[in-house]
Design a protein around this ligand. Structure first.
Ligand SMILES: [Zn+2]
Length: 79
C-alpha cells in the first residue's frame, strides 16, 4: 500500500492557507510562463508537480524559467 504515502504528501502541501484571502480554496493568484503560455494556480503548484527555484517560485516545466506571479483581482473575474 505504498501508493498512499504519496497521497499524504500532497494533502500536506494543500494545507498551507493564508488567512483572509479571497476565494474558497486559499488561492491568491496564478503563476505564468509568458513564453510558453503555461499557467498554474498558486494552490496547485505542488499538486501539479511543478519544481521550485531557490526563492520558492515555481519554474516552467517546458523552458525551466522562473514563472511570473499574477495576483488574482478577486472573485468574479474569470479573465
Ligand atoms: Zn516556459
Amino acid at each position: 500500500m505504498g501508493l498512499f504515502d504519496t497521497v499524504t504528501d500532497v494533502l500536506e502541501g494543500s494545507t498551507q492557507r493564508a488567512p483572509g484571502t479571497a476565494g474558497d480554496d486559499g488561492s491568491e493568484g496564478s503563476y505564468w510562463c509568458d513564453d510558453c503560455g503555461v499557467r498554474v494556480r498558486d494552490v496547485e503548484v505542488d499538486a501539479e508537480g511543478f519544481d521550485r527555484d531557490g526563492d520558492g517560485t515555481p519554474t516552467c516545466p517546458d523552458c525551466g524559467e522562473s514563472m511570473r506571479f499574477e495576483r488574482a483581482s478577486g472573485p468574479g473575474c474569470a479573465c
